[in-house]
Design a protein around this ligand. Structure first.
Ligand code: NAI
Ligand code: MG
Length: 496
């Protein structure tokens, strides 16, 4: 089997790498296994890629260790920055290809995929800027000691990413890790392996030395688990479900106590007060839940609307939702493509069924869209109660619930009644309400009069069971460095 293939997408034709990218080479898996990735728009296989198993993980970790101790340790911080910056430029140059791969493999609209690639290059460039600005402190204790701290890289980082933003999560993980001098073994999600492999070719072009970035395709229970329990992986950064996050934390605890950062799920409240600018609020609420087909960890899936505007809001929100174009990701006006996989489609349809059975009212949607591909109609439930499954569990699809509330205190309490704490939002024109409610919501990000507005400069991560650690911004650097204190005695012996 060749390790590349020509792939035709509706927008471009390109050369797709299929191998495992280990130590700067494209290789087959030791066991010779491959797996198919599916096009969720037509449910047909796109191509097969090499499937990494534990032995391949081990080879990749050895390559990453060798690079960490060798070539990467000898590369100046500013040179690391130049390479990351070059990589960012290459992402921009290859935006059409990377975006087409995302749309083909994940099903997201091409226009949205281009935004993802732009945010990925922005993230890489942002961390390129940090590479030569990472330093410790001098700490005065007494006149006989000179103390300083060094912010050293953690070492070999295992990075396990999900399928909802494949190329963006690649950049969120690789950017800060490389800027701080780590090497990585990154495993993609089995649903969407293609764009990460293409991005590996750009690492080569950017001059990043062999072994610094290793990209493998494979499944969670085999390759993912092998990373999480590996004795020579110093850190794991994971984005995905809370249940898998727990498994990874356990694997770390049972192996070498590697550092773990987790970016997990959510069930985020999106609150609209009587005094909100209603047109803007509806636009943001719609974007908050239906963007990326609801496959966002921070999706605003629990909508709370104050009683004074509730009836008007529901009607206008339904009308706005009806304008979301669902269909072929490569069509220019498409907003919502298919869900990523049959499994996700079935899970979401199961939640819709559960909502119906528990007596919630379907305001709009509630069915499959079309007859081919994993498309689901944008769905709004009303008449819900807090104990319903659709109010408690992350659905990760184009499905939201809408509830009426009376007072600020009531909505803060209801908004916080979840084990998650990734994001929250509120819409109001009163500054005091905005600040009071933002301060009271237990979430890592609170949006006021907007939704899903992420920036690579602003930290992102979860309270409660939504995660450990922060990604993006300066805060993410702490996940990838460890502080060493050096104490130099200037005086003589103390104890004779
Ligand atoms: P998942 O958490 O199982 O998969 C995410 C990544 O973890 C993939 O790369 C997978 O191969 C890997 N993985 C799975 N099991 C592993 C293990 N035992 N050890 C190490 N790595 C492992 O999520 P899945 O099954 O794809 O989706 C299920 C639900 O998870 C979704 O319905 C959604 O609720 C949530 N999810 C949340 C995401 C987020 O952005 N926070 C992204 C993807 C899924
Ligand atoms: Mg796919």
């Amino acid at each position: 089997m060749s390790l590349t293939a020509k792939i035709e997408t509706p927008s471009i034709t390109y050369e797709q790498p299929l191998g495992l990218y280990i130590d700067g080479k494209w290789v087959k898996s030791v066991e010779g296994k491959t797996f198919e990735t599916i096009n969720p728009t037509n449910e047909k296989p796109i191509i097969s890629v090499q499937e990494a198993g534990p032995e391949d993980v081990d080879i990749a970790v050895k390559a990453a260790r060798k690079a960490f101790n060798g070539v990467w340790a000898k590369t100046d911080p500013s040179t690391r920055g130049v390479m990351l910056s070059k990589l960012a430029d290459l992402f921009d140059e290859h935006v059409d290809t990377l975006a087409a791969i995302e749309s083909l493999d994940n099903g997201k609209a091409l226009s949205m995929a281009k935004v993802d690639v732009g945010l990925a290059s922005g993230c890489l460039r942002y961390y390129a800027g940090w590479a030569d600005k990472i330093h410790g402190k001098v700490i005065d204790t007494d006149h006989e000691t000179f103390n300083y701290t060094r912010h050293e890289p953690v070492g070999v980082c295992g990075q396990i990413i999900p399928w909802n933003f494949p190329i963006l999560m690649w950049a969120w993980k690789i950017g800060p890790a490389l800027a701080t001098g780590n090497t990585v073994v990154l495993k993609t999600a089995e649903q969407t392996p293609l764009s990460a492999l293409y991005a590996a070719t750009l690492c080569e072009k950017a001059g990043i030395p062999a072994g610094v970035v290793n990209i493998i395709s494979g499944f969670g229970k085999t390759a993912g688990a092998a990373i999480a329990s590996h004795m020579d992986v110093d850190k794991v950064a994971f984005t995905g479900s809370t249940i898998t996050g727990r498994t990874i934390l356990q694997a770390a605890a049972k192996s070498n106590l590697k550092k773990v950062t987790l970016e997990l799920g959510g069930k985020s409240p999106n609150i609209v007060f009587n005094d909100a600018n209603i047109e803007d609020a509806i636009s943001w609420v719609n974007f908050g839940i239906f963007f990326n087909h609801g496959q966002c960890c921070c999706a605003g899936s629990r909508i709370y609307v104050q009683s004074g505007i509730y009836d008007k809001f529901i009607e206008a929100f339904k009308a706005r939702t009806a304008k979301n174009v669902v269909g072929d990701p490569f069509a220019a006006d498409t907003f919502q493509g298919p869900q990523v996989s049959k499994l996700q489609y079935d899970r979401i349809m199961g939640y819709i069924q559960s909502g119906k059975e528990s007596g919630a009212k379907v305001e709009t949607g509630g069915e499959r869209h079309g007859t081919e591909g994993y498309f689901i109609q944008p769905t709004i439930f009303s008449g819900v109660s807090e104990d319903m499954k659709i109010m408690q569990e992350e659905i990760f699809g184009p499905v939201c619930t809408i509830s009426k509330f009376e007072t600020e205190d009531e909505v803060i309490k209801r908004g916080n009644e979840t084990t998650y704490g990734l994001a929250a939002a509120l819409h109001t024109t009163d500054l005091n309400t905005a600040i009071r409610v933002s301060n009271s919501l237990k979430a890592g990000t609170v949006w006021v009069n907007c939704y899903n507005m992420l920036s690579y400069q602003v930290p992102f991560g979860g309270f409660k069971e939504s995660g450990i650690g922060r990604e993006l911004g300066k805060y993410a650097l702490a996940n990838y460095t460890q502080v060493k204190s050096v104490r130099i005695r200037l005086g003589g012996a103390l104890f004779g």
